[in-house]
Write a protein that binds this ligand. Structure first.
Ligand code: MRU
Length: 360
């Protein structure tokens, strides 16, 4: 993505690997500060996933693959059995960072399979290659979704999106935001309604930042304003991303997605989900079979931002000791989804058949 930093435009990816170092944009600091941090080993990379330095299904899948590559490099001088034990322990560390996005689990398993046979040197080489393949595929998939999804966007469309399924949620370009970028670059007039997406505000902090960088007109709205604009006829389509799509076409995505889907259905507004093959989980029958991450209640009771002087500040927005719940994702039943925008084209209902035919 093109990022304007101190008056200069730079082309940056959300994350990348150079030998045993992983680099990533620190998304906790955006939109107030653009900072790239380096992670020297797989434990640091796992911690960066857990603490949401990087986030979004694609980005955490790529980070997981890079973490496995780091682990393999850390263990390369160990005897064979210890090398394999080290890799399995690293896999466990990475898999226990966040439970919902399937990309993370698929990435770790792909790396383990790649290291599954032959001499140690070949295992190492194949694993590293597989980690890089995951990141390259992620990039290509984002571009493919942009191209096919843009055909659904008409000139003048006002598009609502939830959370951030943009370049920051992948290595670049994104899923839900990729068709919007593509349509904008084709010269179509598009406008984006950006849901704030409490409690971590991935919409108002990250999606709005991406729209600003790209020069796409947008407005941030509070999460409970979407229905208001839909009912007034000011939303032409909804595009969201996904953390996991199950075999029956249910979508697990950022908390609040379900509400938007029901509201879109009620108001006859098409509701699209953009997701690459890595996000489809054919082994899990329905959305109700997916573990939903429950995060710290402080994300609900505290807010952070910067003060007038630009200094980072945290404030408590509830009374001390207030009890809060914080599920990070919800399930949108397949019946509310108009179609999936994927890297292999558009999938329309019936989904069980379409998904298994496309990705099975
Ligand atoms: O908790 P996050 O920020 O990792 O969750 C990300 C989302 O839920 C996004 O909405 C997204 O659609 C999945 S990533 C493409």
């Amino acid at each position: 993505m093109k990022v304007k930093i101190d008056g200069e435009t730079r082309d940056v990816k959300t994350l990348w690997r150079e030998d045993s170092t992983v680099w990533m944009i620190d998304q906790r600091k955006l939109p107030h500060k653009f900072e790239i941090i380096s992670l020297k080993n797989h434990k640091e990379t796992a911690k960066a996933i857990k603490t949401m330095v990087t986030r979004g299904a694609g980005a955490i899948g790529c980070a997981a693959g890079f973490g496995m590559a780091q682990a393999a490099l850390e263990a390369k001088d160990l005897p064979f059995h210890e090398f394999m034990e080290y890799l399995n322990n690293a896999a466990e560390t990475i898999k226990t960072t966040r439970p919902t996005a399937v990309n993370l689990f698929k990435a770790v398993d792909r790396c383990l399979v790649a290291a599954g046979w032959g001499d140690k040197e070949y295992r190492l080489e194949r694993l590293i290659k597989e980690a890089d393949n995951i990141a390259n595929e992620d990039l290509k998939a984002s571009l493919a979704m942009g191209e096919s999804g843009a055909r659904l966007i008409e000139d003048g469309f006002r598009i609502l999106t939830h959370c951030n399924a943009g370049a920051l949620a992948f290595t670049d370009h994104g899923t839900a935001l990729s068709p919007i970028r593509y349509a904008h670059r084709e010269g179509k007039k598009v406008f984006v309604w950006v849901d704030e997406t409490r409690p971590r505000c991935q919409g108002s902090r990250l999606t709005a930042w991406e729209m600003q960088q790209e020069g796409i007109p947008y407005s941030v709205i509070v999460d409970n304003a979407a229905g208001y604009y839909m009912r007034r006829g000011e939303v032409d389509m909804v595009i969201v991303g996904a953390d996991r799509v199950t075999a029956n076409g249910d979508v697990v995505n950022k908390i609040g997605t379900y509400e938007k889907a029901v509201l879109a259905y009620e108001n006859n507004i098409p509701f699209y989900v953009a997701a690459p093959g890595m996000t489809f989980d054919l082994e899990t029958p329905t959305g109700d079979d997916v573990e939903i991450e429950e995060r710290d209640s402080e994300e609900v009771t505290m807010m952070w931002g910067v003060d007038e002087a630009g200094e980072p500040t945290r404030v408590m927005i509830t009374r001390e000791g207030t009890i809060a719940r914080n599920p990070a994702f919800d399930v949108t039943p397949a019946k509310y989804i108009t179609a999936f925008i994927t890297d292999r084209g558009i999938i329309k209902p019936p989904y069980r058949e379409g998904i298994s035919w496309t990705f099975g």
